[in-house]
Design a protein. Structure first.
Length: 294
């Protein structure tokens, strides 16, 4: 659901900009607002799942995601769509780690490995389907239809969660709220500094990052345990993923605009233009369980 939603936004950017009269900077914030809140609240959301119970926090995330999707689809101004996209990012930040944690709670051994592998395989399905569905809905109906489609999906998941997911045990842990606030401020100031080309804001975000690292070192229950970076292989994978996503997200954001504005593709055609990439991702994901076992 999260990946399909992101894919829909990529194929709909030109139509959204034309409909709501957004310039390039404002259009970038339709994506940035979501990315900042998603990245900023991800660590806190995972900890809240431990504190309040994963079923309860998962339902909260689905409710936020569904409601924000509804209001994005009904937006008529730059302020409305950017604000609701930020709230949608918070909903996604809750859903993503909590859904994986629920899998970890309910499966063990080889079944857990298979479950996590299939969880990863949905990335290929979600992105491929989202590009086609988003492109088709934008071409045939409106860009709004793609977001409104999220609402019945979210409602269906809420019902399934009530029926299928058991109430897990909540843990008494201390939440690192200052670390959470710092992580959001770091993401916001850094991305906004890049967007408006402000070196002072970028420098400020780096200073905050150093402060965040120092703060996390002193905490008994840090939001981001720095021990995670002690393993060279793990740290290398974090760095590779970080660089990959920095290249991939702008690529996905800009390329559909090039296809539609320069080559005059329809949103559906631009979605189909991405299929060679997403099919490779999907096929690779199907072999992930075997590769993981090896």
């Amino acid at each position: 659901l999260i990946l399909m939603d992101n894919s829909i936004i990529f194929t709909s950017t030109v139509k959204i900009a034309n409909d709501l009269h957004l310039n390039e900077a404002a259009l970038s914030w339709v994506s940035n607002a979501y990315t900042i809140t998603f990245g900023g609240f991800l660590l806190l959301a995972g900890r809240l799942g431990d504190l309040l119970g994963r079923k309860r926090i998962f339902l909260t995330g689905l409710l936020l995601f569904g409601l924000s999707s509804l209001f994005i689809g009904l937006s008529h101004s730059m302020f409305e769509i950017i604000s609701w996209r930020a709230i949608q990012g918070i909903g996604s930040a809750i859903i993503a780690p909590t859904s994986l944690a629920i899998l970890m709670d309910n499966y063990e051994g080889s079944m857990r490995m298979r479950a996590i592998s299939y969880y990863g395989a949905t990335a290929g399905i979600g992105s491929s389907a989202g590009l086609l569905i988003g492109g088709w809905l934008t071409s045939a109906i409106s860009w709004r239809a793609g977001f409104l489609l999220n609402v019945p999906f979210a409602l269906f998941l809420i019902i399934l969660t009530f029926i299928k997911i058991k109430n897990g045990k909540a843990q008494r842990i201390k939440i690192d709220y200052l670390g959470a606030i710092l992580s959001v401020l770091i993401a916001t100031s850094f991305v906004y500094g890049i967007t408006i080309t402000n070196l002072w804001l970028i420098t400020f975000s780096i200073i905050l990052l150093l402060g965040f690292v120092f703060w996390e070192k002193t905490q008994k229950n840090p939001l981001m345990p720095l021990e995670l970076f002690s393993n060279r292989v793990r740290s290398g994978s974090y760095l590779a993923r970080f660089i990959f996503m920095m290249a991939m997200l702008p690529y996905w954001f800009i390329l559909p605009q090039i296809m539609q504005e320069i080559y005059h593709f329809t949103p559906l055609q631009s979605g189909m233009g991405f299929l060679p990439l997403t099919i490779v991702n999907f096929v690779a994901a199907l072999y992930l369980p075997k590769l993981t076992a090896r």
